[in-house]
Design a protein around this ligand. Structure first.
Ligand code: MG
Length: 480
C-alpha cells in the first residue's frame, strides 16, 4: 500500500473512532462502549415485603445476611418507591418505566381479567433483548395471564412461575368456594402443575435462577426473580421452617434471603461479580390485616393498598462491585419507574419509543457527589385516583379515602382489622416526620400551592378520578 493511501486509511479509522466516541458520549452511553462487556442485571422482587422486613432496614428476629450484603457491598436507598401499592400496578411500573395509569394496568389482575400489557408497549426485557441479552423470569408475572400477555410474549426468553398471585383463587383465605380456576404453574406457556406445592416455590425459583446464570455466563443476561412470597398464603420449605425468631413469616423472609445468597454464589462462581448489577426490592408494603402473616413497615404509616409511606416506600439495595461504592446510602427519592431507563443506559440501549415516566438514576446508584433525584415529584395513585405527591422532603395528600388498620389484625392467614377512613388535605415534612403524623399544610401554604400545581401536571397527563379528569397521556392496555 502506498504511503498516502495508508495515511488516508489511518485518518479514516481515527475519524471513525472519534465519531463513535462522540456518538456514545453524546448519547450518554459511554459506559456501554464495550459491547463485549455489557453488564448483567438481576432483579429480585419480593411480594408484599415491608420496609422493615430485612436486616439492613431494621428487621427484628429475621436474619437476611445476603440482602444485607447487597447493601454493605453496594448501595441502600432509604426513600425508594413503588408507583402503586399493589401487585399488577407495581409490576407494570418496574417493567415498563411508566406509571401504571399510563398503561391502564391497575390494581391486581384477577383470574377473570382479560387484559395485560399492550403489545405496543416495550418492557425492560425487550429493551435489553434488543441489545443481545438473554432474558428470563422465574416467579410471579401478574401482568396478564392469557397466553398473548405472558412473559414470553413480552421479551423474556424463559419463564417458570405463576402467571398471577399465589392467592388466586382456591388458596385465598377469604375466597368463597366454587367457580375459581386452579392456580397454574407455567413453564413457558405450558401448565406444568395445576396446584403447585407453594412450600417449594422459593426454592424452585432460586434453582432456575442459578441454572440460568450458568447457562448464560458468557453473554449478557437479564434475570428477573419476582418471588411469590411473602404474599399470603405464606409457605416455607423444610430447609427454613422454624429457623427464624419471627415465626413462619420470618422463616419465609429468611428463605427469600437464602435465594439471594444462591444467586450471589452463582455469580461469584462464574466470575461475574464485577460485571453484574444485583437489585433487591419489593412490590409494595406489608398486607397488615394479616397480622402475624404480614410484614412490618417499621416507622412508616399504614401498608399495602395505600399511598401512605408504609404502602409505597420499600427497601432497596443494589450491588455492583467496582461500580457502586460499598456501603453507601442515599435518602434521595427514586422509584421503580426509574429502573428501566437506568438499565437501558447501562446497556447502551435506546429507550422505548412511547413516552415513559422514569428517569436515569445511575448517578445516585454510583454515589456521584451531590447527585440528586432526577424528578421534581413522584405521584402516588390508587387505581385512577391521585392520592398523594412527594416533592423533595414534602408529601401532600389530597382528600382521599383509604383503608386503615384500626381493629385487631388477623392471625395465621385469616385477615381482619381494616376500616374505611378518609383524609383531608394534609402536608408532611418526611425528613422530620417519616410517620406522616404532623400536618403542616396550614403553616406552609406556598408549599401546598407548589405541590398542587405539580399535581395538576399529572392530572392533565394521567388523569385523576377524584377530580373527574381523564388525562391526555393515558394509553390502552392489551385486550383479548
Ligand atoms: Mg404485592
Amino acid at each position: 500500500m502506498c504511503r498516502s493511501a495508508r495515511s488516508i486509511n489511518l485518518r479514516f479509522v481515527a475519524a471513525c473512532a472519534v465519531w463513535a466516541w462522540l456518538w456514545l458520549v453524546a448519547d450518554g452511553q459511554a459506559i456501554a462502549a464495550d459491547a463485549a462487556r455489557l453488564p448483567n442485571f438481576v432483579i429480585v422482587y419480593a411480594d408484599d415485603l415491608g420496609y422493615a422486613d430485612v436486616g439492613c432496614f431494621g428487621a427484628k428476629g429475621i436474619r437476611t445476611p445476603n440482602i444485607d450484603r447487597l447493601a454493605n457491598e453496594g448501595a441502600k436507598f432509604t426513600s425508594f418507591y413503588v408507583a402503586q401499592a399493589v401487585c399488577s400496578a407495581s409490576r407494570t411500573a418496574l417493567l415498563t418505566g411508566c406509571y401504571p395509569n399510563r398503561l391502564g394496568i391497575l390494581g391486581a389482575l384477577g383470574p377473570q381479567s382479560q387484559i395485560g400489557i399492550h403489545a405496543d408497549e416495550t418492557t425492560l426485557a425487550e429493551v435489553l433483548k434488543a441489545r443481545g441479552y438473554a432474558t428470563a423470569i422465574y416467579g410471579k408475572w401478574h401482568l396478564g395471564h392469557r397466553e398473548k400477555f405472558l412473559p414470553t410474549n413480552h421479551g423474556f426468553d424463559d419463564y417458570f412461575g405463576l402467571p398471577y398471585s399465589n392467592d388466586m383463587w382456591p388458596k385465598h383465605p377469604a375466597a368463597p368456594p366454587g367457580t375459581y380456576p386452579e392456580l397454574p404453574l407455567l413453564s413457558g406457556t405450558k401448565v406444568v402443575d395445576k396446584n403447585p406445592d407453594q412450600s417449594q416455590l422459593t426454592t424452585w425459583y432460586a434453582e432456575h435462577a442459578v441454572k440460568f446464570i450458568a447457562a448464560n455466563k458468557d453473554k449478557p443476561f437479564f434475570l428477573y426473580v419476582p418471588h411469590a412470597m411473602p404474599h399470603v398464603p405464606i409457605y416455607v420449605s423444610e430447609k427454613h421452617a422454624g429457623k427464624s425468631q419471627a415465626g413462619l413469616y420470618g422463616d419465609v423472609i429468611e428463605e427469600i434471603d437464602w435465594s439471594v445468597g444462591q444467586i450471589l454464589a452463582a455469580i461469584e462462581e462464574h466470575g461475574l461479580d464485577d460485571n453484574t448489577l444485583v437489585i433487591f426490592t419489593s412490590d409494595n408494603g406489608p398486607w397488615l390485616s394479616y397480622g402475624n402473616h404480614a410484614g412490618s413497615a417499621g416507622p412508616l404509616r399504614e401498608g399495602k393498598g395505600t399511598a401512605w409511606e408504609g404502602g409505597v416506600r420499600v427497601p432497596f439495595a443494589a450491588r455492583w462491585p467496582g461500580k457502586i461504592p460499598a456501603g453507601t446510602a442515599s435518602s434521595e427519592t427514586a422509584a421503580t419507574i426509574d429502573v428501566l431507563p437506568t438499565l437501558a443506559k447501562l446497556a447502551g440501549a435506546p429507550l422505548p419509543e412511547r413516552k415513559i415516566d422514569g428517569k436515569d438514576i445511575w448517578p445516585l446508584l454510583a454515589g456521584e457527589k451531590n447527585a440528586k433525584s432526577p424528578h421534581d415529584a413522584y405521584y402516588f395513585y390508587w387505581g385512577r385516583e391521585l392520592h398523594a405527591i412527594r416533592a423533595g422532603k414534602w408529601k401532600l395528600h389530597f382528600p382521599h379515602p383509604y383503608r386503615a388498620l384500626t381493629g385487631k389484625p388477623g392471625r395465621d392467614g385469616k385477615p381482619h382489622g381494616y376500616s374505611e377512613q378518609k383524609t383531608e388535605l394534609v402536608l408532611y415534612d418526611l425528613d422530620a416526620d417519616v410517620g406522616e403524623k404532623h400536618d403542616l399544610a396550614a403553616d406552609n401554604p406556598e408549599v401546598v400551592a407548589r405541590l398542587t400545581a405539580l399535581a395538576e401536571d399529572a392530572r392533565a397527563d394521567l388523569g385523576d378520578a377524584l377530580a373527574n379528569r381523564k388525562g391526555s397521556g393515558v394509553r390502552e392496555p392489551g385486550k383479548l
